[in-house]
Design a protein around this ligand. Sequence first.
Ligand SMILES: Cc1cc2nc3c(=O)[nH]c(=O)nc-3n(C[C@H](O)[C@H](O)[C@H](O)COP(=O)(O)OP(=O)(O)OC[C@H]3O[C@@H](n4cnc5c(N)ncnc54)[C@H](O)[C@@H]3O)c2cc1C
Length: 400
Amino acid sequence: MSSRPPTVLVSGASIAGPALAYWLGRHGYAVTVVERSPALRPGGYAIDVRGAALDVAQRMGVREQIREQRTRQQGMTVVHGRRDRRIDITGPTFDQAPAASPGIEIMRDDLCATLYQAAADNTEYLFDDTITAIDQGPDGAKVTFENAAPRTFDIVVGADGLHSATRSLAFGPEHRYRRDLGAYVAIFTTDNYRGLDHWAEIRNTPGRLMGMYAARGNTTAMGLFLFRAEESLGHDHRDEDQQKRILEAVFAGAGWEAPELLRRMRTAEDFYFDTVSQIRMDRWTAGRVALVGDAGYGPSPMSGQGTSLAIVGAYVLAGELKAAGGDHTAAFPRYEARMRGFVRANQDIAGDGLKVLAPRTPAGVWLRNQAFRAAPIAARFGGLIDKVHSAANAIDLPAY
Ligand SMILES: Cc1cc2nc3c(=O)[nH]c(=O)nc-3n(C[C@H](O)[C@H](O)[C@H](O)COP(=O)(O)OP(=O)(O)OC[C@H]3O[C@@H](n4cnc5c(N)ncnc54)[C@H](O)[C@@H]3O)c2cc1C
């Protein structure tokens, strides 16, 4: 590397962004992170860190901290039938045998804060701002911001999620890369009005799932809706009221806790609604711009692997830059080559996740529930857990 540390602008401060900032800082880069929100985004749902991502966390020195912050979820009840009968599911996927568990479940904002702290000393953060243009030239990428003055960086990385603005600017519109899996997901915080003790409850009707799980030491709960929709509903990303009306229409008459959950959703302090989608791209780099995490290869919440892909992708991208002595033209193809199979393996499990969580037909719901009843431990998620475990480890991580 030359005497001046190479400069990198990272867009997005959730999981991929701070993880990348950490590793680039450690490798001697001058890193700036721009985040659209005015501060780290609070709230969020439970996510998992598994397999190779846990090795990366270990190398960052944050694995123990992440484990300490785990949700300690003990199990889940599947409510079913006309009389709301209950099947309790436990097992090592939950927190019953953490040593044997293939992953750690943690709330998204807790993980974000931990990664942010790890990178804070070596990173400049610009909150409440966003990239509006990237002009690439031989001497760098000139970036225009909504608020800050324009600056030139050696490299720009989009870690700004499923609807990445960096991707749109450098690779073209979202519709070229977004693959909708035919479902929508909504999640919001409510109080733990069912008194769940480190526990979740779900109930399905064909193509629909509703449920809730205790969060933050049982002090709150997350309400959850998932439903299939083969055609796009064409919702407006910014129109929360419209999204809530969609859910009210879809879950009208769904029984059980649907009326209560819908009522609580209306006044929830946070509310997330989106299509269940993947990002599929042939290339994650263009000139001086690279994508990491959901922005480049979001596998969808149905894979349960988006967080782990983001953490591993950040490690590999920073590591390949270091290995190439800062030459992005050499590092980017190696990043793509090393990540490609891992990304594919993890994206491929999303369809199975959707089948287990939201069976399409009455017979499908019945069969899924029978399988749970016959073997009420989590290891019976139709072999899904084994598949996730193997995908989560489908990469060799060099020691950069
Ligand atoms: C309901 C739900 C359940 C999920 N469950 C799981 C799970 O069990 N396991 C799992 O591994 N994953 C799960 N995921 C997926 C997981 O949240 C993502 O894969 C993971 O957060 C990806 O991290 P990221 O940093 O790439 O993107 P994101 O977390 O999406 O972060 C993007 C960041 O960029 C910022 N940003 C966006 N646009 C701009 C802009 N224009 N300029 C600047 N900043 C911008 C955003 O504010 C945000 O901070 C789930 C997701 C959802 C929605």
